[in-house]
Design a protein around this ligand. Sequence first.
Ligand code: GDP
Ligand code: MG
Length: 609
Amino acid sequence: YPPELVRNFSIIAHVDHGKSTLADRLLELTGTIKKGHGQPQYLDKLQVERERGITVKAQTATMFYKHSINGDNISDGKESPKYLLNLVDTPGHVDFSYEVSRSLAACQGVLLVVDAAQGVQAQTVANFYLAFESNLTIVPVINKIDQPTANPDLVKAQLKSMFDLDPSDVLLTSAKTGEGLEKIIPAVIERIPPPSGSCNSPLRMLLLDSYYDEYKGVICHVAVVDGALRKGDKISTVATGQSYEVFDVGIMHPELKPTGILLTGQVGYVVSGMRSTKEARIGDTIYHTKSAVEPLPGFKPAKHMVFSGLYPADGSDFEALSHAIERLTCNDASVSITKETSTALGLGFRCGFLGLLHMDVFHQRLEQEYGAHVISTVPTVPYIFEYSDGSKLEVQNPASLPSNPKQKVIACWEPTVLATIIIPSEYVGPVITLVSERRGQQLEHSFIDSQRVFMKYRMPLREIVIDFYNELKSITSGYASFDYEDADYQQSDLVKLDILLNGQPVDAMATIVHKVKAYRVGRELVEKLKKAIDRQMFEISIQAAIGSKVISRETISALRKNVLAKCYGGDVSRKRKLLEKQKEGKKRMKRVGSVDIPQEAFHELLKVS
Ligand code: GDP
Ligand code: MG
């Protein structure tokens, strides 16, 4: 395949606007997968993706399509040329915009899909700009035109006013009924330019993604920018300089299909002697060993916005958890992992995530795919504290911040984001209230059309990390859409809030909060813990404190002796039941000092902001 016959494109959209369904239809239309293969959203392979209906990891598939461009001179008996199309499906959720920009690096154009009833939403805006800034050709597609509330004309007007997209360029489809689908691939071929690399230059490939396969070892997804790659070639990466032999090379069609060669402009996979995905750094340049090449631009490294501690729910399971995390991070290189020790929880890990959903998905995958049982500590964002001696401390774990520092803190900084919110105009009031409670600063407020408002805020990252999106959804009956990009650090009045059980600080429960909110948060944490911790043989005091000052306190009274006596009465089956229940309960308990804390208590803490 000469580059003129190759097209690399991606589908971008707000979550639920139909990217994955559309991708399925295109795969069927080109005969890449069979119609009615039973599993919708073919490219969503992970269990979490199927359960949550979201795409987490971008997947790639190669399709073939015969097409003649208008004006192509095809003489009798000669067939239309067959095009090789690489479709990269991308996740729509904010946390995964890193994956989106990664997929776009291999593309020359995108289908920008917008729901005909919902119109332009926050992630439509974010994704449009990602594509626009990368100079990609944008093919606008209004999907779901079969819906009774579809209003394609209104959506066309939005696309014109917000992105200056010509209404006559907009394709209308329904991935459900199949209407308009036949126009999409011809538009991809005719409007999106072929890749522009040079066939005669030395090999340069961009490493798009990598994962670990039990049988084949490390599988790299690559885009060949210049030159060609053949089975048996010796390749190296710019990052390590190490040399590997190519054992297998091919395309995703949609399963791995060996071709023995990848040419300029193609997207495919490579299996070489790499032992671990750590050797396959995403965004790295791969070249023929001994040739001299200029590295490709690569990607911005993933930025970790949320940190949380992960501990085995059962203390003895550290090795198992460690193994599970190692295997999972082989397939999710965007998580950062360092070992940490907590006096309360023992040995564990500090993990950095791209966002809260990313963290949730990581936990869920650990439990479902690797059978790990974990306790996670309250998520935190990275703060910076500056001391009077001029030293600065980046805090990824509140416990690591001294409660009574020797040096005076002279300034604290917290990360902020630029948040985009799009809502129907009747919800403006409640949204402004919510955003100002969350310390947001309004930057922009404008109408997209007569019913929809576009708002831009600068907000502390901490305020959106915890439950903001859920609350926004609930006060707008689900109509709000929301996206954010990271902005700078801002100076802020921060304090460390300690939680003490029977006078002992529990390091895993410490948080950093804005001074103004400290009392309310302290109160709520203490109340939540009181509800979550069962009565035990002795009295338990729960306190929230800033430094040595206690700001909130609750007590859980001891179980009375005669209650226990009753349990050990004559009824054998009842006694057995109780013992079994206790055993069950124990699995999910963590003993901190002398107090048994159920796993749920840690989950409850996640909800306080
Ligand atoms: P994604 O999040 O953008 O990948 O969206 P999905 O492809 O997962 O689709 C979200 C939901 O919209 C699913 O329930 C689909 O069945 C549905 N959907 C997708 N395309 C259409 C369409 O053209 N018409 C209708 N009525 N529903 C659609
Ligand atoms: Mg999807």
